[in-house]
Design a protein around this ligand. Structure first.
Ligand code: INI
Length: 169
């Protein structure tokens, strides 16, 4: 029985999925919480402990590189990308945010492994912390749920490719 302050159950079944989590250390006071939210969501959806692998990278800029490398091993059904950018006074934020978003999109497209975007882009520390709490608003949790859904969709599509043409479920 869930208490009223518990987040909603993560939809989907992760019991047969292998998931890589790439987490940036920059702004670790936020990204550690995103990681915890993602791991909790995966466990709730039935992922085996041994099927969740966590890889740490320096900052959001490095996330796409690690996500691509993880996908290219062929050992993962999806990659959860977690980072936190907090806007400063220079355009640095915009360059890194853009590189992370475009890099992850390209890595997912080019490897064929779904990747969830759990990289916060916040104007203030307060905004970032508010999206990394223990409840349903945790963006790591949200990214993990998206990864489960996409990995399951890819499996369904791969299975349907081998069915006779015209067969529909
Ligand atoms: N990396 C982040 O993940 N978040 C930030 O807010 C950030 N800022 O503000 O600079 C940041 N910079 C580091 C960057 O991601 C790279 O690690 C660094 O440039 C080395 O390549």
């Amino acid at each position: 029985m869930r208490g009223q302050d518990q987040p909603p159950a993560v939809p989907g079944d992760a019991s047969r999925l292998r998931i890589a989590i790439i987490v940036a250390r920059f702004n670790a006071f936020v990204t550690d919480r995103l990681r915890d939210g993602a791991v909790t969501a995966l466990r709730e959806a039935g992922a085996a402990e041994s099927a969740i692998q966590i890889f740490s990278v320096p900052g959001a800029f490095e996330i796409p590189q690690a996500a691509r490398a993880a996908a290219e091993t062929g050992r993962f059904d999806a990659v959860v990308c977690l980072g936190c950018l907090i806007r400063g006074e220079t355009p640095h934020f915009d360059y890194i945010a853009s590189a992370a978003a475009h890099g992850i999109t390209a890595a997912a497209g080019e490897t064929g492994v779904p990747m969830a975007f759990g990289v916060l882009t916040a104007n203030t520390t307060e905004q970032a912390v508010a999206r990394a709490g223990e409840g349903a608003d945790n963006k790591g949790r949200e990214a993990a749920a998206a990864a489960i859904e996409m990995a399951t969709l890819y499996r369904t599509l791969a299975a349907s490719e081998s069915r006779p043409s015209g067969f529909r479920v």
